[in-house]
Design a protein around this ligand. Sequence first.
Ligand SMILES: *Cc1c(COP(=O)(O)O)cnc(C)c1O
Length: 417
Amino acid sequence: MAEIGGAAIRELAKTYGTPLYVYDESTMDSILSAYRDNFVSDQFETGVLYASKAFSCKAMVRLIDSYGLYLDVVSGGELYTAVQAGYDPGKIFFHGNNKTEAELRCALEQGVGTVIVDNQSEARLLVNLIQETAGSVHTLLRVNPGIEAHTHKYIVTAHVDSKFGISLLNEDEIVETIRILEAQDGITFDGIHSHIGSQIFDRQAFAEEIRKLFTFAEHMKETYEIGIHTVNLGGGFAVRYTAADAPIPIDEVSRFIIEECERENRNHHGLIQRVLIEPGRSIVGEAGVTIYSVGSIKKTPNRRYAFVDGGMSDNIRPALYQAEYDAFVDGKEEGASLDYTIAGKCCESGDILIQSIPLPEMEPGDLLVLKTTGAYGYSMASHYNKLPLPAVVFVKNGTARVVIRRETYEHMISLED
Ligand SMILES: *Cc1c(COP(=O)(O)O)cnc(C)c1O
């Protein structure tokens, strides 16, 4: 019988039902300590921001807080969750390519520390709101360095048409936008941000990003006397979904980024005073699994299906971008001999969690555990087919606690007339 965080999978399923998201807190503890202890420098200030879109709930925010990490939010809802969890708004960074006026107003009222400005029209909107509220806020400007990194490759000068940030090729617009921010009392312009992709395995992609941003910072100073003191490098650190993935360990990638930044900073006269990163997936991904109950088994001419009691409603990633997962059957960890397709219960042919995986023979009632579902699982879940959202439990040293209760049918219709 397999365990997660010292708790038996069968007991978890029996107590809390399935589908069930389970997080091993000690896995998150060791990753959070690795970031906290290795992403440090004696040449500049450092900060690790948890990108809460990967998995946001009050318990998660409190865990992040207990490690002294900063927090990224990308919407009024994530901001509200953080504030309700008692997190200091001054340590929040507010992202997004189209923050609404109401969201920005709320951020200013709550005392959000930093707004990461995406574009010039947002800069103008922020100026208007600051004038109206007489508030104050720090800002970073999101730029697009023309590096696109996904999985095993990265491409330079690709993707100049991204919806996020202002391309470094549009220098005039960047300068104008910074001038708009700098000119306003109550707004402090700290520097620039970029995020080059997700599930990045290649450390050279980060090295390339660092070179581009530090060179750009010096160019801004030399040519326009614009002071860029903070560089935020974004997130995107890879996790292991299947045996084919070999992510760089967190302590190593943290130190690599620090060393690259220290070298670049020496090359650029110590211009940069603070370096930030924003990991999301790598903090929660591998800590989480989803337990499903197996229902029907069906053979078609070319496939052997095992149907589970969730699917694209609790994990859209395979259907959305062909994400791959590994899985095991509780109590049958050995002897994988049959090729299965794991399909969900939603009314879409594309509702397939794993296209092909060797597993031992399954029967109805078995518990199938999908691994590495801690990031972008619950946070991307939907009510398709009116399936209630599953519960989420955190497990530590054999003890489980519910951090998000399972939805009921009553919850689902509670807003309906
Ligand atoms: C999504 C995102 C992150 C986190 O990415 P991960 O791949 O989860 O590490 C960080 N910063 C920004 C701006 C993002 O959009």
